[in-house]
Design a binder for this molecule. Structure first.
Ligand SMILES: [Zn+2]
Length: 368
């Protein structure tokens, strides 16, 4: 188990719409004011799970969860891409970009400045020369009486545009946030396990919102702040993300840089290509009075995020969970001879199980 991996944060997750994370511009550059057609979407994650939801049509694209862009020309069933290890990543962490001629000089400077924090995680951003896959940087959406930044998630399939929408009134954090989407991150507050940490209705994607890496991270640049927006202004009376731990509503969603967890997550995404190998040397040792046993093993991979163990009585009963965690041993108390098996997992998937020697029960205590 790599200590650094156990601290990884989440990558992933879709975003929610409304008025968040967006760029707010008091002076619309063009009059696009229609409410927007509601459009169902779905996509397939690299592990085969499916996710679906309803977005808003904006020109040639569908806008989901606030600022996530799904190109309307994407192949059906593959309308957006989730980046995870080995899937939908930018080769060699090089991201070519090209500005649409309509993007003004001030916005260009802000967009490029926002790449800086991500270079810490090994990315380089270069003007496009002849690359077929590159990020097209366009002027922002006008949506719900404000300009909204947006981006596609992860490297898109061939012939589908990697789109970054920017405007002069986007906040510094918005520009950094959109690059996070381009790299492959979804919204932290829409993680699959979000309900343990926040109360929010901002996440429209149903089924699977990506993969989690590391603990839930309120400091993530991919976490929206607590408030909705109204006519381009923050609306402090409209709380859209309520933390369950009672922390201040003003304590998250306003930082301008990726958190340490964000950087660790993308580094892990781009350096860990596969699911881990099965644990080796699984052993079971009587460890005290009666049925106390210590089960221990050695990791065979450096890319393990956690281990899972199952147990069942010696016989044909179904396996049930016995352990889940980052340590390479655990104590189990059994009341009869018990079979055990252990596997290694990361967000790509899990290894096969390695079977352990049985855990035994003796109705006596160790001789001193
Ligand atoms: Zn976003």
């Amino acid at each position: 188990m790599e200590a650094s991996l156990s601290r990884l944060k989440s990558l992933v997750v879709l975003a929610t719409l409304s008025l968040l994370g967006g760029c707010l511009d008091a002076a619309p550059e063009e009059a696009v004011t229609e409410a927007g057609e509601q459009v169902p979407y779905s996509f397939r994650l690299p592990d085969g799970r499916h996710a679906s939801g309803v977005g808003v049509r904006r020109g040639d694209t569908i806008l989901v969860d606030g600022d996530v862009v799904i190109p309307a020309d994407a192949p059906r069933g593959q309308v957006t891409q989730l980046a995870n290890a080995a899937h939908n990543l930018w080769p060699s962490q090089v991201i070519p970009y090209e500005f649409d001629p309509a993007v003004d000089a001030v916005t260009r400077q802000k967009v490029l400045s926002a790449t800086g924090p991500w270079t810490q995680a090994g990315f380089s951003f270069q003007p496009r020369t002849s690359e077929s896959s590159y990020v097209r940087i366009r002027t922002a959406y006008y949506s719900n009486q404000q300009w909204v930044c947006g981006a596609t998630i992860g490297l898109q399939p061939p012939n589908v545009e990697n789109a970054y929408y920017a405007g002069t009134a986007c906040r510094t954090r918005d520009y950094v946030h959109e690059w996070g989407h381009i790299i492959g991150l979804f919204h932290e507050h829409c993680r699959n396990d979000r309900d343990q940490y926040v109360i929010t209705s901002q996440c429209s994607t149903v089924g699977a919102a990506g993969y989690e890496i590391g603990p839930y991270d309120f400091d993530s640049i991919m976490h929206y702040d607590a408030y909705g927006r109204s006519n381009g202004n923050i609306d402090y009376s409209n709380v859209i993300i309520q933390p369950r731990d009672g922390r201040s509503l003003d304590s998250f969603g306003f930082n301008d840089a990726p958190s340490p967890g964000d950087l660790e997550a993308v580094q892990a995404m781009y350096t860990i290509p596969t699911r881990p190998l099965a644990p080796v040397g699984v052993s079971t040792n009587w460890d005290g009075c009666y049925g106390r046993n210590r089960v221990s093993w050695t990791s065979a991979s450096s890319n393990v995020q956690y281990f899972e163990a199952q147990k069942r009585p010696n016989g044909s009963s179904p396996w049930t969970s016995a352990y889940s965690g980052a340590a390479t041993s655990f104590i189990i108390n059994v009341t009869a001879t018990t079979r055990l098996q252990v596997r290694a997992c990361n967000w790509v998937g899990c290894s096969a199980y390695s079977e352990a020697p049985v855990a035994t029960y003796y109705n006596l205590c160790p001789v001193p």
